[in-house]
Design a protein around this ligand. Structure first.
Ligand SMILES: [Zn+2]
Ligand SMILES: [Zn+2]
Length: 175
């Protein structure tokens, strides 16, 4: 497991200084209530660390791929998670805690993006994922996945009507 710690001595003294960051971290899985969401790819992050005077602002993007389970048909599917990263790191975190603002600490002239990234990824995982927006789901009667299989539940009644119609035609032909 690679970590997302960045030493920031070189930009800590002068407001306006910045440097790029790039990293990746492996997350095996995250429990979302009863559901376990597995990760197919590591979470990749990149962006810029900026000295904004009162702290270091990490600005960039994160991207990963998870294996999700469709809430309708229960099939597994790959889903890309992608989003913006914007977190403030400060050396006087207690002050911000009092204001109820979420910031992350600068410890030993180092920032750790891992908790922030983890948090972002968790909030991005959909609560009721769908494999596709028009997923047909599972038939409550026969239990078949209707994206992949046809079933006779509805068709059955149509078939019966059709055969009755055929009978009528047959009779009229005979008569
Ligand atoms: Zn589905
Ligand atoms: Zn059915």
């Amino acid at each position: 497991m690679t970590d997302l710690k960045y030493e920031i001595s070189d930009i800590l003294e002068q407001a306006g200084d910045e440097k790029e960051f790039f990293g990746s971290i492996d997350i095996d899985s995250i429990m979302m209530g009863e559901r376990e969401v597995e990760f197919k790819n590591p979470v990749i992050i990149k962006g810029v660390l900026k000295n904004v005077g009162h702290g270091i602002l990490a600005e960039g993007k994160y991207q990963t791929m998870i294996i999700n389970e469709c809430s309708r048909c229960l099939d597994q599917f790959d889903q890309e998670l992608i989003g913006d990263l914007e977190e403030l790191f400060v050396s006087d975190k207690e002050k911000y805690d009092k204001e109820d603002r979420e910031v992350f600490p600068i410890t030993n002239r180092t920032i750790d993006l891992e908790p922030a990234v983890y948090q972002l990824v968790v909030t991005e995982i959909p609560f009721k994922p769908l494999c596709k927006s028009d997923c047909s789901g599972i038939c409550p009667t026969c239990g078949k996945n209707l994206n992949k299989e046809t079933h006779d539940c509805k068709e059955e009644s149509i078939d019966i009507r059709m055969s009755k119609l055929k009978d009528i035609f047959k009779k009229s032909e005979e008569g």
